[in-house]
Design a protein around this ligand. Structure first.
Ligand code: AHR
Length: 496
């Protein structure tokens, strides 16, 4: 019998807002993410809006996706945006050197992406090409997308059928500049960064554009330190961080038929996110006491060997209850660090890595990760309710990890949401929370669980894993008692 974990909530009023942008997504020209994923072309028999699948648009609207990062990733530093505008039959092709060496025909370009974001009600987050592009090229992209008046680029935009600018706020200045973005030293990148942003116009975007520096990989704390030290704060709104839950880059393990050993190692990598945020944040605090610069985790998620029989360069993997654990845990971590983490982008939205949506020709399924994102969307732009507790441990062999992550928030209608993720494979976690201070009268719940960790939705059985109503808790006189089942995600909603 497990000991009861007491969770204490701090209902005082000075907690930060959980930025909705923590629930962001990422769509790269990689494998079947854009082509055969989002984009099927307007002559396709699959129902579409300007070539983008309607079932995907509907599913992402339901998630209330706040932002979408594009066109990469590593692809971004090979991408020349002008190749993707104007007459389709005049667009040049390029080779997608990072992802499978396939020919990119540039049929999905700036207009397609920005119009899609408008349709989704999501903010676009454009990744500029620093590695193989030029300062003028990026400055022109900003002018093309954002300038209201008459200029060479805004005239070109109009010629291509778009009168009003899109007003793109979020701009990444290169991607993984330490690696596929150019193999730079942080000192060199910091200089280059300043040069690029100097020529990116703030005009026509309220409050100016929001510039995000290509950030550290995992525990490269020196990268963050050099950027924070060398880039003036008025030039820098966000510093990125990339961390994937990958157990070993040379032996990533299978997407579905993994054992508990692999599962434990994946959870260990996933839990590392907490330490990475704490340590990168501590460096940022040193140079930015007033919290003017945000931490942007613009790539995160599970990364395994590709599904058997698929192109290794396409990074297609199934999505199991293990992925639900990664999602639930990481989103709780981000929520609890809402003072500094203002945006995060799950890699990637469709058919790549920890996708929320998988497609097979006309078929489309929602993954367990999709359901977690959907359950947790209640935290978007809600006020964090800080909490404290000692997590029971999930022990495996001679190691152990905290079994439980939890985060809580209060939304604009005074509804309180508490999200729990229990990664322990065998033990349920009983918890007790005194909610008296919040004056809640009624409580409902939604649970995502399944019999086996390896369970997943498939094209044959698309609804095997779905959230279910959950009533197995006691809520009396403001005291909540509930046991979070093994490897499950639970979200409770309390109403006054
Ligand atoms: O998401 C896949 C790749 O992972 C991205 O292109 C790159 O930025 C990262 O290494």
């Amino acid at each position: 019998c497990q000991e009861i974990t007491t969770i204490k909530l701090d209902a005082s009023d000075n907690a930060p807002t959980i930025s909705k942008h923590i629930y962001g997504h990422f769509a790269e020209h990689l494998g079947r993410c854009i082509y055969e994923g989002f984009y099927v072309g307007d002559s396709s028999a699959i129902p579409n809006s300007a070539g983008v699948r309607l079932d995907i648009i509907d599913a992402l609207k339901e998630l209330q996706i706040p932002n979408l990062r594009w066109p990469g990733g590593c692809f971004a530093d090979t991408y020349h945006w002008m190749d993707g505008i104007g007459d389709l039959d005049k667009r040049p092709t390029i080779v997608n050197t990072w992802w499978g060496g396939v020919t990119e025909d540039n049929s999905f370009g700036t207009h397609n992406f920005l119009n899609l974001c408008e349709e989704l009600g999501a903010e676009p987050y454009l990744s500029g090409n620093v590695g193989s592009g030029g300062v003028q090229e990026l400055a022109d992209w900003v002018q093309y997308t954002n300038f209201k008046g008459k200029s060479p680029m805004s005239d070109l935009r109009r010629e291509n059928g778009r009168e009003e600018p899109w007003g793109v706020k979020y701009w990444g200045i290169g991607n993984e500049a330490w690696g596929c973005g150019g193999n730079m030293r942080p000192e060199y990148y910091a200089d280059i960064y300043k040069k690029y942003v100097t020529f990116m116009s703030d005009a026509d975007v309220e409050g100016g554009i929001y510039k995000i520096a290509s950030g550290a990989s995992n525990d490269d704390y020196n990268w963050t330190e050099v950027l924070m030290k060398n880039i003036p704060k008025n030039m820098l709104q966000g510093v990125a961080l990339h961390h994937y839950s990958v157990i070993d880059w040379d032996a990533k393990g299978p997407d579905v038929n993994f054992n508990e050993d692999t599962y434990f190692k994946t959870m260990k990598e996933s839990w590392l996110m907490e330490e990475l945020i704490v340590k990168h944040t501590a460096i940022m605090d040193k140079y930015d006491k007033n919290m003017e610069v945000d931490l942007i985790v613009d790539e995160w998620g599970g990364w395994y060997e590709v599904s058997e029989g698929t192109n290794p360069g396409f990074l297609y993997q199934q999505n199991t209850m293990r992925d639900a654990m990664i999602a639930g845990m990481n989103l709780n971590i981000f929520n609890n660090h809402a003072d500094r983490v203002k945006m995060a982008n799950l890699a990637q939205a469709v058919n790549v890595l920890q996708a929320v949506i998988l497609t097979d020709k006309e078929k489309m399924i929602l993954t367990p990760t999709y359901h977690v994102m959907n359950m947790y969307k209640v935290h978007q732009d809600a006020t964090l309710i800080p909490l404290s507790f000692d997590s029971p441990m999930y022990a495996y062999n001679k190691e152990s990890l905290p079994a439980l992550t939890v985060s809580a928030s209060k939304d604009a209608n005074d509804k309180v949401h508490i999200s729990f993720t229990n990664i322990d494979t065998k033990n349920g976690t009983p918890v007790s929370i005194d909610l008296n201070e919040l004056g809640l009268k009624n409580m409902t719940g939604s649970l995502l669980s399944s019999e086996n960790l390896q369970d997943h939705n498939s094209f044959e059985n698309p609804n095997k894993i779905e959230p279910k109503n959950f009533k197995d808790f006691k809520f009396k006189k403001g005291m909540l008692e509930v046991t979070i089942p093994p490897f499950s995600v639970l979200v409770l909603e309390g109403i006054k």
